[in-house]
Write a protein that binds this ligand. Structure first.
Ligand SMILES: C=C(O[C@@H]1C=C(C(=O)O)C=C[C@H]1O)C(=O)O
Length: 167
């Protein structure tokens, strides 16, 4: 697809997924306030389950497993950039928001967005290949970041999420 409307949809899904990091961080921080145990940002078992499920889903769309893996590494690392950044602010005394849902519920939201991202990757294959890809997609994502009023932390994380899209 050549219209940037569909790249906008992919940008929206990446930003929606990044938004979930705020909720996940607030859940983990609330646990920390209750238990005194440092928040654990990394959950390797959950990450492995995502990589497996998305590789299988991608295969149905003819997306190579290494490509799907790289894209989701980008999404997961981006989430962790936001979570670590927010926890650092909260540790420094900034008030954390009360989480709007529990971890199981937000993970269900993330699962849905993961599925959307695979479908959009498959649909946008032609826009996401070739040497012109970074120059073509970066402005779309930066303008989506601006229109969603992402702060510096979320914009930096979004760029991490965008980096592996060109493949
Ligand atoms: C979002 C979470 O935090 C981290 C990021 C993940 C992700 O982006 O999917 C998965 C597991 C954790 O390493 C979570 O724990 O669910």
């Amino acid at each position: 697809a050549q219209d940037s409307g569909s790249l906008d949809r992919l940008a929206g899904s990446l930003i929606d997924r990044l938004d979930t990091a705020d909720t996940v961080a607030a859940i983990k921080w609330t646990d920390t306030l209750r238990t005194g145990v440092d928040p654990v940002i990394d959950d390797p078992a959950r990450e492995a389950a995502i990589y497996d499920a998305m590789a299988q889903l991608g295969a149905q769309e003819n997306l190579p497993a290494p490509r799907v893996r790289q894209v989701f590494e980008g999404q997961i690392e981006a989430s962790k950039i936001v979570q670590r950044g927010l926890v650092t602010e909260w540790r420094a005394g900034v008030a954390a928001p009360a989480p709007a849902m529990d971890l199981a519920a937000v993970r269900t939201v993330i699962d849905g967005l993961n599925t959307d991202i695979v479908a959009e990757l498959a649909a946008e294959q032609s826009d996401l290949t070739g040497p012109g890809c970074p120059a073509r997609i970066t402005p779309v994502f930066l303008s989506a970041a601006a229109s969603h009023r992402l702060d510096a932390l979320h914009t930096a994380a979004l760029l991490r999420a965008v980096t592996p899209l060109c493949g």
